[in-house]
Design a protein around this ligand. Structure first.
Ligand code: PBG
Length: 332
C-alpha cells in the first residue's frame, strides 16, 4: 500500500495544515428580525435562541456583530399593520426602513448592512407580491412595489438590498430604479435560486406570516437542479452583484453548480428550518450541538458558498476566536 490517506490524518498538526476550508467571521452574515412596537427583545418559540429585536436591542446586536468581525447583517421587519400592497415596506417610517438606518448608524461602516427586499412581511395576505383580481401574484405590478421598496431602503442607508421575492425581472427593475435615483453604489443581492421549501417554516412564525397556501408559482421546484443555472444567469445579466442559493443544506448540489459557474460572489442561506432541526436535536441530547453547527456551516462553505447567512453567526464567531487547535487534540 503506497497510498495511505490515513498518513495525512495522523496528527493534529497535519490535519490543521491540510485543511481545505476554514470558517472566518467575515464570511458570516447574521439575519435579524426587528419588530415594531416592542421595547424589549422577545424570544421566538420556533427558533430557540433567536429573538424579535426592538429598535434599541437591534443597535446592541449590530454593535456586537461588528465587534465580532461578522461580514454583515440581514434585516427583516415585522410590522404591526399589514395591507394588500404592503405599504409599510415603502413608508420611510416603516419598521424595516427605520431599522436599516439604526443598523447603519450602529455599524459605523464596520460591517455590511443588508435588508430583505420582499413584500411578504408587509402584506395582509402574506404573499411576496401584490395580487391581481383573481388572487394570483401579479408579477409586473409587484416589480413597481419592489422598485419603490429598494429606493426606501437605499434612502435609509442600506449597503445591499436582498431581493428574495423571486419575481421575474426583479433585479433589472430594482437596478434601474436605484441607478436612476443616483444610488449606483447600492448593491443587489439576488436570491437567485430560492426554492419553495418546507424549511422556511420557523421563519414564517418569526415574521408572523399570514400566508395561506404556498409560494410555488414563484419560488423554485425543489426537484429542479438545472433551472438554478438559468435563474442565476438571468440575475447576473440583470445586474446582480451577488447571487444566493437558499435553503443551503438540502441544496448543496445546486450551490456547488452555482459556485462553479457564477461570475459573481455566491451566498447561501442556512434557513430557519435548518437552524431549528439542529437546535431541537441538540436540546433532546440526540446530537452534539457545537460540532454539528460547525460541520453544517463548514459544509456550506465547502460546497462553494463565499459567505453564509446563518442564525448562529455570532455564536460561531465567538467559537472561532478560541484556539482552533484545542478543538482537535486527539492523536490516535
Ligand atoms: C421572504 C423570505 C423568506 C425567508 C427569507 N426571506 C420566507 C419565504 O420565502 O417564505 C426564509 C428565511 C428562513 O427560513 O430562515 N421574505
Amino acid at each position: 500500500m503506497r497510498i495511505r490517506p490515513r498518513r495525512r490524518r495522523a496528527t493534529p498538526a497535519l490535519r490543521r495544515l491540510l485543511t481545505e476550508v476554514r470558517l472566518h467571521p467575515s464570511e458570516l452574515v447574521l439575519p435579524l428580525f426587528v419588530k415594531e412596537g416592542i421595547s424589549e427583545p422577545t424570544p421566538l418559540r420556533s427558533m430557540p435562541g433567536v429573538v424579535h429585536h426592538s429598535r434599541a436591542s437591534l443597535r446592541v446586536v449590530v454593535e456586537q456583530a461588528a465587534a465580532a468581525g461578522l461580514g454583515g447583517v440581514m434585516l427583516f421587519g415585522v410590522p404591526e399593520h399589514r395591507d394588500a400592497t404592503g405599504t409599510g415596506a415603502t413608508d420611510p417610517d416603516g419598521i424595516l426602513n427605520l431599522a436599516i438606518a439604526d443598523a447603519v448608524e450602529a455599524a459605523r461602516g464596520r460591517l455590511v448592512v443588508m435588508a430583505d427586499l420582499c413584500l411578504d412581511e408587509f402584506t395582509d395576505h402574506g404573499h411576496c407580491g401584490v395580487l391581481d383580481s383573481r388572487g394570483a401574484v401579479d408579477n409586473d405590478a409587484t416589480l413597481v412595489r419592489y422598485a419603490d421598496m429598494a429606493l426606501a431602503q437605499a434612502r435609509a442607508g442600506a449597503d445591499v438590498v436582498g431581493l428574495s421575492g423571486m419575481m421575474d425581472g426583479q433585479v433589472g427593475v430594482v437596478r434601474d430604479a436605484l441607478d436612476d435615483a443616483g444610488f449606483t453604489g447600492v448593491s443587489v443581492l439576488a436570491y437567485a435560486a430560492k426554492y419553495a421549501s418546507a424549511f422556511y417554516g420557523p421563519f414564517r412564525e418569526a415574521v408572523e406570516s399570514t400566508l395561506v397556501g404556498d409560494r410555488r408559482t414563484y419560488q423554485m421546484n425543489p426537484a429542479n437542479r438545472r433551472e438554478a443555472a438559468l435563474e442565476v444567469a438571468i440575475d447576473v445579466e440583470e445586474g446582480a452583484d451577488i447571487v444566493m442559493v437558499k435553503p443551503a443544506m438540502s441544496y448543496l448540489d445546486v450551490l456547488a453548480d452555482v459556485a462553479a459557474t457564477s461570475p459573481v460572489p455566491v451566498a447561501a442561506y442556512q434557513v430557519s428550518g435548518e437552524y431549528a432541526m439542529i437546535e431541537a436535536a441538540a436540546a433532546q441530547g440526540w446530537i452534539d450541538r457545537r460540532p454539528a453547527i460547525l460541520e453544517s456551516v463548514l459544509s456550506i462553505r465547502r460546497a462553494g458558498a463565499d459567505h453564509v447567512l446563518t442564525y448562529w453567526a455570532l455564536e460561531i464567531a465567538g467559537w472561532l476566536r478560541e484556539d482552533l487547535t484545542t478543538s482537535d487534540r486527539t492523536n490516535r
